[in-house]
Design a protein around this ligand. Structure first.
Ligand SMILES: [Fe+2]
Length: 159
């Protein structure tokens, strides 16, 4: 690669990032289950379980993002391809946004449930979850692209 910079400093360890995604099957399964349940009308009797599953997913998501940030991303003081650094910086910062957004969703669902507003909750939660799921999947898709870009750069840079 001829275009290198020292100004942007975030990069990824593509092998670690890929492995974190591959071993986190519980998270993907929870997401798939909730996606399925939220794609059809939700019975009010399901709300208690739904609130539990959402809360569980929040914990799984927190762990997933924490692992990615601890082992998948790192601040690189040397040369990083600028396009890759920009993408990495952006994607890493999305974790906090996604987590806050989902945490708000879960808090609100819990409040509605404990206030006895299960009918309102059953109507509200499906579209909100699917909307979040869409954004999370977009993040994951772009992070997977970043992994492949980073592998390419590793091969391309040489020495
Ligand atoms: Fe991520």
């Amino acid at each position: 690669m001829s275009v290198l910079t020292t100004t942007a400093t975030v990069t990824v360890n593509p092998a670690f990032l890929q492995e974190i995604k591959e071993v986190n099957q519980e998270l993907w399964q929870s997401l798939a289950d909730l996606r399925k349940r939220c794609s059809r009308p939700i019975a009010t009797g399901m709300c208690r379980h739904l609130v539990d599953w959402l809360s569980e997913l929040r914990d799984q998501l927190a762990l997933h993002f924490a692992l990615e940030e601890a082992y998948g991303y790192f601040d690189e003081p040397l040369h990083v391809a600028p396009q890759l650094a920009e993408k990495a910086d952006h994607l890493r910062s999305e974790h906090q946004e996604l987590y806050s957004e989902f945490s708000d969703l879960v808090d609100r669902a819990e409040r509605m449930f404990f206030a006895g507003q299960t009918a309102a909750l059953a109507v509200w939660v499906g579209p909100r979850f699917l909307d979040f799921d869409h954004r999370l999947r977009s993040h994951e898709d772009r992070e997977n692209e970043l992994i492949y870009d980073a592998f390419d750069v590793d091969i391309g840079v040489g020495d």
